[in-house]
Design a protein around this ligand. Structure first.
Ligand code: NDP
Length: 280
């Protein structure tokens, strides 16, 4: 019998998640349907309820709904509780169980696929929305050194720093502080700035000998930050495509109990997104 899954968020039309999960299903022989459902804060709960009523067994949640997803869940796994945001929901009885696979997805991509050793890296996290919240604990667990969080709305950076509860390592700072913060070994762009506006000004003084610049976005949305990283001679410039595939594999395992192989799916998507970006 076909199992039903979906990704909720807005904008969602260009989501690669249906393609990734269809490929995982084919590879593992699991009969599934995975669709993208456009939903914003005002209609998310109603559409999620309707999906459950149609037999939906699990969902991925993307911007701007990750916090709401954790709030509406009947139970929270450790990863969702620690971050206050969920990107994965699992139907359990009459309610949803919330999990978060963003952090392990990012760390898996950076360490296993990109070959980065994250230990001891002085890290700058730009943004404090659903994505930033999901990845910050996993970066700390992976052994990064200090974590500086900078966000357009300073209170949201403060709130994330408080949530992480590690005042020796975690510091919230203002955007205006960036020129005085020195060099970082890892700079993660977890803002959606380039989707509707422009990146904040990022000073060159942040770049050191081994700086890795990582954008959680991919495709066109990642172009401005990766162009900044290359122009300022960052050692690595990495987009979020690998993370996307790895967090999807983690969600797949949560739902189906099987870990799919990600390399072939990643290679196919890389060829696809590169051709879209260069076609413009
Ligand atoms: P949210 O809407 O939850 O948060 C958006 C963040 O971006 C906030 O920190 C917000 O700041 C900031 N921001 C928005 N516009 C601007 C701007 N013009 N200038 C500066 N900062 C801005 O989104 P998510 O955290 O869920 O997603 C962020 C990005 O990460 C998206 O592009 C998303 O696609 C990507 N992502 C990729 C994943 C992957 O698997 N590759 C997984 C998760 C996210 P403020 O608090 O001031 O509003």
């Amino acid at each position: 019998m076909t199992r039903h899954y979906a990704v909720f968020g807005t904008p969602i039309a260009h989501s690669l998640s249906p393609r990734i999960h269809a490929a995982f299903g084919k590879q593992t022989g699991i009969d599934l349907e995975y669709v993208a459902i456009e939903a914003g804060p005002e209609d998310f709960t109603r559409k999620l309820d309707a999906f459950a009523a149609r037999g939906g067994l699990g969902a991925n949640i993307t911007l701007p709904l990750k916090r709401r997803a954790a709030e509406l869940a009947a139970t929270l796994g450790d990863r969702a509780r620690r971050t206050g945001v969920a990107n994965t929901l699992v139907r359990r009885g009459d309610g949803w169980h919330a999990d978060n696979t963003d952090g392990s997805g990012l760390v898996g991509d950076l360490t296993l696929r990109q070959g980065l050793d994250l230990r001891g890296r002085r890290t700058l996290l730009l943004g404090s929305g659903g994505g930033a919240r999901g990845i910050a604990p996993a970066l700390l667990d992976a052994g990064i050194d200090a974590l500086y969080i900078v966000n357009r709305t300073a209170q949201n950076a403060d709130a994330l720093a408080d949530l992480l509860g590690d005042p020796k390592r975690v510091h919230a700072r203002y955007l205006d502080d960036l020129p005085a913060l020195g060099e970082f070994d890892l700079i993660v762009n977890a803002t959606s700035a380039t989707r509707g506006g422009a990146l904040p000004h990022l000073p060159m003084s942040m770049v050191g000998r081994r700086t890795a610049a990582v954008d959680l976005s991919y495709g066109e949305a990642a172009i401005p930050f990766l162009a900044w990283a290359r122009a300022n001679r960052c050692h690595d410039a990495i987009d979020g495509l690998g993370m996307l595939v790895e967090q999807a594999a983690e969600s797949f395992e949560v739902w189906h109990g099987v870990r799919p192989d990600t390399d072939r799916v990643y290679a196919d998507l890389r060829a696809h997104t590169d051709s879209l970006v260069t076609a413009d």
